[in-house]
Design a protein around this ligand. Structure first.
Ligand SMILES: [Fe+2]
Ligand SMILES: [Fe+2]
Length: 248
C-alpha cells in the first residue's frame, strides 16, 4: 500500500470515529428531548385535569344549595352531551357541553336559601330574585379565554330562554338563543322534573316526555324536541345507570 493510501485510510477511520461520536451525541439529544416532551405532556395533562376538576367542584358547590346530592348536574351534563351528539354536533362540541353544562345554575350561589329551599310557592318578588341566577352565573363566568368557561357563561345566561321568546332574562327567541343554551334547557327540564325535589316528588318519565312534546315550538325548538325524543330511550337508560351506580 502506498503512503498516500495509508494516509487516506487513516483519514477515513478518523472521520468514521468522529461520526460515531456525533451519532451517539445525537442519540443522547433525541433521548433527552423525548424525556422532556413526556414530562411536558404529563404537566399539560395534569394541568388540564386540575382545571376541569376545579370547574366541576365549583359547579358542585353551587348545586349543593339546590340539590343535596349534586348528582343532577352530572346527569344533566351527560344528557346534554347525548342530545348534542344526536343533533350532529362535533365530538369537540359534545365534550365542551359535557364540561360546561354542570355550571348552568352556578348563579344560584347568589340566591338566598330561604327562596331556593322554600317548600311552598314563591311570591312574585321571590321569583324575580330566583330568576336573577342566570345573570349572576354569567357575571361569575364571563370574560374567560378558556373555551369551556366561555360556553359555560353562555349557558348560564341563556338556559332559561324559550324558543317562543317568553323566557328570561332577555326574552330571546328561536336562533337568537345559542344552541348550547337550548340543549341545556331541554336536558335540565327533563332531569329536574324526573327527580325528587324538596317541594315535590319526581314526575313519571312518560308524563315528562309528553310535556316536552307539548313544548315543541314553545319552550323548545321543534328540531331539538325531535332530537330529544329520538334518543329518549338512551337518555332514560343513561339516567338510570347513573342513579344506580353513581358513575358518570
Ligand atoms: Fe337555572
Ligand atoms: Fe338544573
Amino acid at each position: 500500500m502506498s503512503d498516500d493510501n495509508i494516509e487516506l485510510n487513516q483519514k477515513i477511520i478518523t472521520i468514521e470515529k468522529d461520526n460515531e461520536a456525533l451519532i451517539l451525541q445525537l442519540k443522547h439529544y433525541a433521548n433527552d428531548f423525548a424525556v422532556l416532551n413526556h414530562h411536558r405532556y404529563q404537566s399539560y395533562d395534569l394541568l388540564s385535569k386540575a382545571h376541569l376538576d376545579s370547574l366541576e367542584r365549583l359547579a358542585r358547590a353551587s348545586e349543593f344549595k339546590d340539590d343535596d346530592t349534586g348528582i343532577h348536574i352530572l346527569r344533566m351534563a351527560k344528557i346534554a352531551a347525548t342530545i348534542a351528539k344526536a343533533h350532529g354536533q362535533t365530538a369537540v362540541y359534545c365534550e365542551l357541553i359535557l364540561q360546561a353544562s354542570p355550571m348552568h345554575d352556578i348563579g344560584k350561589i347568589g340566591v338566598p336559601d330561604s327562596i331556593l329551599k322554600k317548600k311552598g310557592a314563591l311570591t312574585d318578588s321571590e321569583w324575580k330574585t330566583m330568576r336573577r341566577h342566570s345573570e349572576y352565573g354569567y357575571e361569575i363566568l364571563k370574560g374567560s379565554i378558556v373555551p369551556v368557561v366561555e360556553m359555560a357563561a353562555e349557558i348560564a345566561l341563556t338556559h332559561h330562554e324559550k324558543y317562543d321568546g317568553s323566557g328570561y332574562p332577555h326574552g330571546l327567541a328561536g336562533d337568537e338563543i345559542p344552541l348550547c343554551g337550548q340543549i341545556v334547557a331541554i336536558a335540565d327540564f327533563f332531569d329536574a322534573l324526573t327527580m325528587d325535589r324538596c317541594y315535590r316528588k319526581a314526575m313519571p318519565d312518560d308524563v315528562v316526555l309528553s310535556l316536552i312534546e307539548n313544548e315543541r315550538g314553545k319552550h323548545f325548538s321543534p328540531e331539538l324536541v325531535d332530537t330529544f325524543l329520538a334518543v329518549s330511550d338512551e337518555i332514560i337508560a343513561l339516567r338510570d345507570y347513573i342513579n344506580a351506580t353513581k358513575a358518570v
